[in-house]
Write a protein that binds this ligand. Structure first.
Ligand code: PGA
Length: 256
């Protein structure tokens, strides 16, 4: 059952204006509706310069728009940065935080990410928060510890009410852009592990509150199988979300 699951394309630093418009034209032509999507939620995270225009073009089309980052302050002398306040002013209320590329190339550690989470929550944003282990950590069987640490120093600082606005994206770093991906069992085991540490921390809570999606080398062949798993609430797609035909093929394969 894919009802209420989310399928989001993270464009990263790809797709210029013409490519973005072309993408939208093709996806709008598909005439997706809540009904013919069977509740599957579609989203994309384009680059900043195009968010305003894209938001205007899609109007009420069932395609949510996410930003790929925010700063943790409202405004100020931070050359090159964009605030939640600015995004809110153009009706963007969703953001991806903690992607491994932000952690690696822009040195965003868990302290910085926690500040960004608080800031996004101040603005009532929906947050996709990425966590994941690298290849070596997986090989030496440290992946559960790494995930726990990433969660303990960020999301565990929040209360249950705040957690409602967060979707966790489990993205093993070794699976991102590599064509390698974990087995379904590896993913569901990790998702169960994450749910368990939440139960330990917060006691009894409605496990539906906690949404956990998977990201890393998703394509039109593996997407449906992954989405059909009961404890996987969606997918985050990088490379294969850039080309509209490819993205549409993934969506249609999941629906059929
Ligand atoms: P990929 O990227 O689909 O290209 O592996 C996933 C991601 O970085 O979220």
């Amino acid at each position: 059952m894919i009802y209420q699951k989310i399928l989001i394309g993270n464009w990263k630093m790809n797709n210029n204006l013409i490519q973005s418009i072309n993408f939208l034209k093709k996806i709008l032509k598909k005439n997706y509706t809540k009904n013919n999507l069977f509740g599957l939620k579609l989203a994309i995270a384009p680059s900043y310069p195009f968010l305003f225009l894209i938001k205007k073009i899609i109007k009420n089309y069932p395609l949510e728009i996410f930003a790929q980052n925010i700063h943790y302050d409202d405004y100020g002398a931070y050359t090159g940065e964009v605030s939640a306040n600015m995004l809110q002013s153009i009706n963007i209320n969703n953001v991806i935080l903690g992607h491994s590329e932000r952690r690696k190339y822009f040195h965003e550690n868990n302290n910085i990410l926690l500040k960004k989470i608080y800031q996004a929550l101040n603005y009532n944003f929906k947050i996709i928060f990425c966590i994941g282990e690298n290849e070596e950590e997986r090989q030496i069987n440290k992946h559960f510890d790494i995930i726990k640490k990433q969660i303990e120093s960020t999301i565990f600082k929040l209360n249950l009410n705040q957690i409602k606005n967060i979707i966790i994206a489990y993205e093993p770093i070794w699976a991102i852009g590599t064509g390698k991906y974990p087995t379904i069992e590896n993913i569901t085991t990790m998702n169960n592990y994450i749910k368990n540490i939440f139960f330990k921390k917060y006691g009894l809570f409605d496990s539906n509150i906690l949404k956990i999606i998977y990201g890393g080398s998703i394509n039109h062949l593996n997407c449906k199988k992954i989405l059909l798993q009961k404890n996987i609430d969606g997918v985050l797609i990088g490379n294969n979300s850039l080309d509209p035909d490819n993205f549409i093929k993934i969506i249609d394969n999941c629906l059929n």
